[in-house]
Design a protein around this ligand. Sequence first.
Ligand SMILES: [Zn+2]
Length: 304
Amino acid sequence: MLDAICELETEDHLTARTTYSVFKFQQLPDDDIERLRQWLICPACGGKAYFRKASKDGKAACFGSRYHQADCIEFKPSAQKSREEQDAIEVQQQLVDAKALMIDFSRKSHRHSLANKAAPTSKSSSISESSQVSVTLPAGAQVQESKTGYQVNTAAQTIETRVPSQGLEKLLHSLLRGTDLAASELWVYTDSDRKYRWRAKNLFVNFADADPLDNKPHLYWGTISHTDKAVSWLNPADSKDIGIPIDGIKQALLAQFEIEDKRDLEGAGLILFGKCFWNKEKTRKIIQLWNNDLQRIFISKLED
Ligand SMILES: [Zn+2]
């Protein structure tokens, strides 16, 4: 359970309800945690809930409840929900432990890795899960960091450092579940040549914050509201004036994520590396997938 509601009675006997993600809650000052932790309830069934701090040996902080209703979704979460929560916890742990992160655009999704296990002929994608990529970090970061942009590594003197890698799927689930990734100072590499690195907070941009004037690529993320009739555009739920054209890559994209029906896209999570710009009339923002490269987009569809 990654969210809990804190229900407090105010002085005028009203009930104030605040929803906390476990990632936010664990960052509250100790006094606040002690004051609030006895007033937590399950967001789905209202059962009395508890907060457990992260353990010294690395177990993540969590919410839980021993009082769920028998039919509560938090009591028996779907396989999809459990997996997405595990993804979010894994990325949060990397944020805490690692000095940098490398995005592995070639990493296959859970679903595909299951398929790969059934057919052991495909070897290349199985190196990944917890693989470490060796990356050269500039010794004593002397390069000036621009405010929103990426940084090009030109430093001649470099030291070898192990950098964990992560695929788009888990990064997306982490962002959707409200980990600290979107606001993190962590360095993130976006290319296998290890040339471009960004602060995570500058790289990951929710669709609602897309700026057509900043003229830099980002990893835009959020959820899909719907597509047009011809399935030529993806329309994010996070912002009404953005369109993501997929006409040129439609067949391959839909096949890659096993999308058979427009409905499969409604409510799906989406992350893509691309640039945002205005259309000619400046009435609509366009986010164009980088080089139409299908490795640089991930769609997390709902499994029901
Ligand atoms: Zn419950």
